[in-house]
Design a protein around this ligand. Structure first.
Ligand code: FVH
Length: 279
């Protein structure tokens, strides 16, 4: 299959290398020269030449502004543009119209992997936008990562991508605060993380599908621990951080939401009810 890639940063190069290895005929372009070396792909001098070369054009650059800059003078008739650049749902929806006005079909993708994972079993790419385009290229794209199609609204892949990243940042925030607390007493952060924290986080994560059901049902009754208990626990936690000389900066926003929910009279509900303060 002929596939073009615009953008040869760390991710673009991993995509190109993997598609070449899977036997596809890959044409590449990058704003700055010299990034195609060693990829085994055909390098061209302009984005227009790369678009001309293949019916499937993958773009993976810094942001959507760069995507538009790259494509501003390019015709997209009979082309599927697959945009694997990180962005917002609104940007993906706008780009769908922009691409359609130039005769192309639009697919958006959210890469849930780092470059080293591309082409390995752990990698996932979320897709949304044109279903016929996705179905036409699903098998070829399977060489990059496990594909998951979310629907015809192009905004869905970035929405789910950002939600996945949100979960990740929350987990990283908790890890960093916990590590700082252990380090304040010169404890082994490595031993704490591997032997205690990770198994604990896995056990907590296993409960979250149940919370998801409660959130969809609007049923926040709990037989585990209520918000008032957690509010008092959080006061204790924040004071302990202060005693240890550690800043609880990543925890404080959660304490604020917890306090507001209890102040609104919902202290008997479970932690999943905090979502009501967010929407
Ligand atoms: N790397 C990762 O782990 C993440 C995984 C999840 C998805 N992201 C997103 O992928 C996009 C590209 O990320 P990247 O890691 O490849 O980024 P860089 O290595 O910094 O390469 C950036 C490329 O973008 C080109 N570029 C930037 N601005 C422009 C522009 N105005 N016009 C044309 N090209 C532009 C840049 O070109 P150059 O500097 O080499 O000339 C690189 O090719 C990104 O959305 C991540 O969020 C990666």
């Amino acid at each position: 299959m002929r596939i073009s890639i615009l953008g040869l940063g760390l991710m673009g190069r991993a995509l190109a290398r993997t598609l070449v290895k899977a036997g596809h005929s890959v044409t590449v372009w990058n704003r700055t020269e010299g990034k195609a070396d060693g990829l085994g792909a055909t390098s061209v001098a302009t984005a227009a030449e790369a678009v001309e070369a293949s019916p499937l054009v993958i773009v993976c650059v810094l942001d959507y502004a760069a995507v538009r800059e790259v494509l501003c003078s390019v015709q997209l008739a009979d082309r599927v543009l697959l945009n694997l650049t990180n962005g917002r749902p609104a940007e993906a929806r706008e780009l769908t119209e922009w691409v359609a006005a130039r005769g192309g079909d639009y697919l958006d993708g959210g890469i849930m992997a780092v470059p080293q994972m591309i082409g390995t079993p752990g990698a996932l790419i979320l897709y949304s936008g044109s279903q016929p385009a996705f179905e036409r290229y699903e098998e070829a794209l399977g060489a990059l990562a496990r594909p998951r199609y979310l629907g015809a609204d192009a905004g869905l892949a970035p929405l789910y991508d950002l939600a996945m990243l949100t979960g990740m940042y929350g987990q990283i925030a908790g890890f960093l605060e916990a590590a700082a607390l252990i380090a304040s007493e010169k404890g082994s952060v490595t031993e704490f993380t591997t032997e205690l924290l990770v198994p604990w986080l896995n056990a907590m994560a296993a409960a979250q599908p149940r919370w998801a059901v409660d959130i969809e049902a609007g049923d926040y009754a709990t037989d585990v621990s209520n918000l008032e208990v957690n509010r008092v626990g959080m006061v204790n936690l924040v004071r302990a951080f202060e005693d240890q000389g550690v800043k609880p900066d990543l925890l404080l926003p959660m304490q604020d939401v917890l306090d507001r929910r209890v102040a609104a009279g919902h202290g008997a509900q479970g932690l999943s009810s905090l979502i009501e303060e967010l929407r």
